[in-house]
Design a protein around this ligand. Structure first.
Ligand SMILES: [Zn+2]
Length: 132
């Protein structure tokens, strides 16, 4: 069994599944709702969007502090090489948070990067509390 199925929340599990199978409703034609310059793709959203660079960096730093050194395409899309529950939670919540703010940004100005990261942090902490 892949690590993906160890995630407790059903919402997180289904998002991990959709990403793994490239089933997120991303058109590939429309422009990214965050940076409004590059075409939107799964790749762009989670790895290369300039608007989200700081969120990625903060998340990477956080993982490093926890001794988790993989925050690459495979660990994000396939959830492979995930070392701990904590690592799993941070990566899952990273995707969840970006996806939530992406959906909001369809209708309104994209949220501030600090807002996005703070939400991510709060979500990870709440997941960890519930997991105990
Ligand atoms: Zn973008």
């Amino acid at each position: 069994m892949r690590e993906i199925f160890q995630t407790k929340s059903a919402k997180t599990l289904s998002l991990n599944y959709l990403i793994l199978h490239n089933l997120l409703p991303i058109t590939g034609n429309s422009v990214c709702f965050f940076c409004r310059t590059e075409p939107e793709s799964l790749e762009h959203l989670f790895f290369t969007c300039n608007y989200l660079a700081e969120v990625r960096e903060e998340t990477r730093r956080w993982l490093e502090e926890e001794g988790c050194h993989s925050f690459d395409r495979r660990s994000i899309t396939e959830m492979t090489g995930i070392q701990t529950d904590y690592h799993n939670t941070i990566i899952s919540v990273y995707k969840e948070t970006i996806w939530i703010y992406r959906n909001r940004a369809i209708y309104q100005k994209p949220a501030q990067k600090t807002t996005i990261f703070k939400r991510l942090e709060a979500e990870v902490k709440s997941h960890l509390r519930h997991a105990v």
